[in-house]
Write a protein that binds this ligand. Structure first.
Ligand SMILES: [Fe+2]
Length: 291
């Protein structure tokens, strides 16, 4: 994979008006392990990392920041030089912020095509206790493939893709063109994609956070979660289906902060002689838009 650049999706920072709703959603749908934060929010665990998703109390709902794992100090320094070299101003996080995120070093900048707050770091805190899921599940596929993947909308998709390729070290996996959906999928490890950039379409505006994907170790985890979603009346964004490009079996459910989470299983990996393809549809079956 890349020599200089992002190694995986590390963490996500979420703002929420209703922490209790997140507490319930994260446990009964996803079996996440919850710990209380000093600010009245909650940290969510899905693996050996102390926190993968931080939910903080706020007056608004949405994604506040995206944490990209650089792997080590040398790579982070090299990435910082590239980001600065591209003309983007970078801020070094202080000790308080580093401690709050639980990382060794942290640089922060705004990704200009999406307006997203990017936090590049290394040395995420690993827990001394194993992940204890809050319901019986097999667990999550993370490790070198990181937390999962995110989708962001950008008015100038080509320029956004170029920045993530040339500056942050991502490589293009493939594209989907199913008008009005036009998206480019990018990888930085063997996960089929860690980032997708989509053109604005319908109600989706440039800068919107599309979704977070989490990958289960067993299809039964996803199926059982789908039962819970139906029973509890959580809103779906996309029905159960199989994607054309990464072959993921998944459904998309709206989180209490208004953005969808894709819960998937069986995504295919990037192989050494990967060929970039273009697909005319997002789906092999299912994945119908609900809302
Ligand atoms: Fe996805």
């Amino acid at each position: 994979m890349n020599t200089i650049g992002v190694k995986s999706l590390g963490y996500l920072g979420v703002e929420a008006t209703d922490i209790a709703a997140w507490r319930k959603f994260a446990t009964i749908v996803f079996g996440m392990e919850i710990s209380d934060r000093a600010d009245g929010g909650i940290d969510l665990r899905i693996d050996d990392h102390k926190r993968r998703i931080a939910i903080t109390p706020a007056a608004r709902n949405g994604v506040a920041y995206i944490g990209w794992d650089a792997g080590d100090a040398a790579n982070l320094a090299a990435m910082e030089a590239r980001v600065r070299g591209s003309g983007v101003s970078v801020v070094e996080a202080g000790e308080l912020e580093r401690r709050e995120r639980g990382v060794q070093r942290l640089i922060v900048f705004t990704e200009l095509h999406t307006g997203a707050r990017y936090e590049c770091f290394y040395g995420a805190a690993i827990s001394s206790t194993p992940f204890r899921s809050s319901k019986p599940i097999s667990g999550y596929k993370t490790g070198s493939e990181g937390l999962g993947h995110v989708m962001l909308a950008a008015a100038d998709r080509e320029a956004a893709v170029a920045f993530h390729r040339d500056v942050l070290g991502f490589a293009v996996s493939d594209h989907i063109d199913e008008p009005p959906i036009h998206a480019t999928f990018m990888h930085c490890n063997t996960r089929h994609h860690t980032l997708a950039i989509v053109d604005p379409f319908g109600p989706v505006k440039s800068g919107d956070f599309g979704h977070l994907m989490l990958e289960a170790l067993a299809l039964d985890d996803v199926g059982a979660a789908h039962d819970v979603v139906k029973r509890e009346g959580y809103d779906l964004h996309l029905t159960f289906g199989k994607h054309s490009n990464d072959h993921m079996y998944s459904f998309y459910v709206y989180s209490p902060s208004g953005f969808p989470i894709e819960y998937g299983y069986g995504g295919r990996a990037i192989s050494p002689n990967w060929q970039v393809s273009r697909y005319p549809s997002i789906r092999i079956w299912g994945h119908e838009f609900v809302g």
